[in-house]
Design a protein around this ligand. Sequence first.
Ligand code: PEP
Ligand code: MG
Length: 291
Amino acid sequence: KKTLLRHLKGKKTLTSDGKEIKLFANIGSLGDMEAVLENDAEGVGLFRSEFIYLEAADYPTEEEQFQIYKDVAQRMEGKKVIFRTLDIGADKQTDYFGMEKEDNPALGYRAIRICLTQEDIFRIQLRALLRASAYGNIAIMIPMVVSLWEVHRTKQIVEELKEELNSRGVCFGEIELGIMIETPAAVMIADLLAKEVNFFSIGTNDLTQYTLAIDRQNAKLDMFYDAHHPAILRMIQRVIECAHKEGIWVGICGELAADKSLTRTFVRMGIDELSVAPGCILPIRKKIIEM
Ligand code: PEP
Ligand code: MG
């Protein structure tokens, strides 16, 4: 089947109206880079940086992180690589973080909430990303945003770090800042959030969990976990409209992005980017081109 799609490599993904859709890859480690390049990803739309933390026995140092981010950026040769900052907590736990057991981990101490509480951890990661941005086209993406102030605070920290690097004479490149839209709150203030960031990426896995009030980990609820629910599709539509009104691009990086039964719907809604498992890129390109 792969050989049949080989002719699609190196091609742009253009809709019948001539709009280009960017097809990016979701990855969790350097080990996935071969699949990213092999499947002609036009960028990395979601690098789940928490796997660097989950695979380590202790907090990864700035230097360790820098080497990984730099390596990925260099191998993408100028194509965009979107690193999601630490999205740990809830389903993703590790011993050295010493996190307390919670009654409602999905609603608990996780992701940006950890980063803005333990800023030292956040600063190490952001500094590593800024330094790596001198070697490629890097973007930073913040998970689990619910409020404007989280974005303001993150931007403030990034600015402080840039000043610090400047004063030390350390190079860094242009770096876009985006957010995941994966909570109903973020959807409802997407018009305001769009004024603050360079892009949106819709995380349909968590957005479905939080909107339908269904634990995404609970297999017993599978028949109720409906990512095609009209509530989700309306949210996606709204987020795309809010983004475009402010002139920023918007993608989807949750599992739904690879659902070919919705590709036509997403294109009609005006989606700019879909970030999927590397193996799904060429099949979706085929689908869009033939639409
Ligand atoms: C999502 O929530 O849709 C997402 C892409 O992030 P994760 O699956 O890592 O929570
Ligand atoms: Mg998520």
